[in-house]
Design a protein around this ligand. Sequence first.
Ligand code: BGC
Length: 768
Amino acid sequence: MAKQHIISRRMVLGGAASLLALIAADHSVARALARPRRQRAPHDARIERLIAQMTLEQKAGQLTLYADSNNFTIEEGAIPVNPTANNQARRDIIDKIGKGHLTGLFSGQGFNDAMALQRMAVEQAPLGIPLIFGGDVIHGFRTIFPVPIGEAASFDPELCARTARAAAVEATTHGIQWTFAPMVDVARDQRWGRVAEGAGEDPYLGSIIAAARVRGFQGPDLTADTSMLACPKHFAAYGGVQGGMDYNTVDIPETTLRETFLPPFRAAFNAGALTTMSAFNDIGGVPATANHHLLTGILRDEWGFSGLVVSDYTADWELVPHGFAADSRDAAKKSLMAGCDISMQSGLYLDHIPDLVRNGEVPMRVVDEAVRRVLRVKAAIGLFDNPYRSLDFAGTRARVGNADLHALAREGGRQSIVMLKNDDALLPLRKSGQKIALIGPFGADTRDLMGAWSIYPDFDQAVPVDVGLRSSIANPADLVVVKGCEVTAPIDGGIAAAVAAAHAADVVLLAIGESADMAGEAQSRVDIVVPPAQQALAEAVAATGKPIVILLRHGRALALHGAVKNAQAILATWFLGSQTGHAIADIIFGDHSPSGRLPVSFPQESGQQPYFYNHRNTGRAQTNPDEPSFRSRYREVSFAPLYPFGHGLTYGSVEYSATTVSSELLTQSGSVTVTCTLRNSGAQSVREVAQLYIHDKVASLTQPVRQLKGFEAITLAPGESRDVHFTLTADDLAFVNAQLQHVAEPGLFDIWIAPNAHGGTGAMLRLG
Ligand code: BGC
């Protein structure tokens, strides 16, 4: 649905004129773009010749990826992104490259010696197969864009494509040809720390953004120096971990797998992704990395995916503690036979595949097929034509951390901010004539601006909140900054200083929430709340009676309480990256109206998790919060969010008319137009994100109370009215039935065009 969101390659490239200029300046890209496809060397024959010549050890080597331990420069105090399990000594890596026993390296902090290693692989090692260099470039390289969950709040796929493109242009200056991104896991439990890395709880939004990010990372030509191969991850259903606990088991029916967790992968592959990463979790007892149904049945046989599967970090070895493999050898066999082509970091394939084949336990054709997939991907990104692509760092400095990137990071930052609340139009603030107290642990920090998986950032270019605000106001002395407390601990005299600053101010900005290390891999939380030390600070400041704007920092939806929940204004600011301060100032002082929308529901309490807007009705749904017992609710709170999915305010005031349909009857082959008139009765021009939802009222499997099927952002000047149209076909009303068929069952549907998952006046549609 919503054709307007299909991003053409041209749009991705053309999104920022400045980026176009950047790319045009890169002559290798221009050359690659100019080269007609048919003139490229045909590699299939060469790949077959190589496979025929390779030893078993060399084949196993092509299926083996190691972290580049030489380049690890984990700063003191920084969070390691991976366990140090099985890190290889430098001499061992070099030895393996020399023998042709390694397919590539990842996680270098910029591969300074990549050229030399590649020369060794190509010119000295037998058969001369080029290495591939990978890394986790998730939301920027040196210039950091908003954490993916934040950027998803922009509801702007073009923006996501542009930041991904920009990240690729920057990261390829340091030899990273393959990124382990985008993370496309639908996340339905906010306790899970990895919510921060994805696009939230909705499969439709997740699919649109997954496709946009793939196009952005890869660009228009996979062989270009600035193209970064995408790796949608983690295949699959990692976002369904029980209890929101990382790495936990996933127990879902196949219908939910297909309806909720798989669509963003499909979208990413349709957008051209040639690799995917198997997930850590099991699904119903079968770990994803050894899940033949998933990696071969669905991925290859059903979808026709021709690319490669790489295991997550030691996920093949983890079959042993999972209790699915008896030992490393068994784990290697089960992973490979299931369809996992490359082993990341465990070394199991190199250790065991040769022997498994010699003993007849793994057929040679399975190994050959995996090697073929790997070599085809290497060919597809141009490594056989030019093994040194993206490895010549001379002359690439201008592509790093420049003004265009800063401008894009600032734009991305402000587009990601969601205004949850703005009582009495407290925001925007004036730029002069009022005293502002900026209070909280995130008022002046740089370390926590970036969020999870920003492993290569340039902290020197980071713009903290206080710097951004100060540069926007007329008199810098009007801003006073007080920390008040640490992220999780009080500071001696901190609250007293904060209260004094609040008393002396006209308005308080409270910069509170989660630190970067609280949201990300292995950072599941039991209580998704503002840490108690900060809550105490908020309560004390609120007692001054001064108007408060909460600048919430977070990598997930939080349950807000007390003075935080009751503040006059709340901005969800996630982790906005390098330009955080400027992006926040752009919104706070009204240079731009907020336009972000929640990609995750904000619950009332942690105990509501897992909570997602597209849940099913029960037989006893609570329709009225005052209704007494025997209803689906908790003793303490109703079964409703504090802020629903899709919610976000602007500085305008947009009214939605009732939704209308061009015909009340839709045939299986026809279409209807759904329309709503939006009117901005406010005083400021806004970008409004209109959302199309459906509900299948009666079906052979009960259907969610609402499902997003489209969205469109429109700009509305003060007083302006505009119609928003969506086209609906039977396919948009289809679901996966008990026989796993994608069917649109005849019957009645509710249809809404609404400002969020709870709003709007619906229309009725009958599917014939
Ligand atoms: C994560 C992946 C990541 C990999 C390599 C794993 O722990 O789950 O998302 O790509 O490490 O850094």
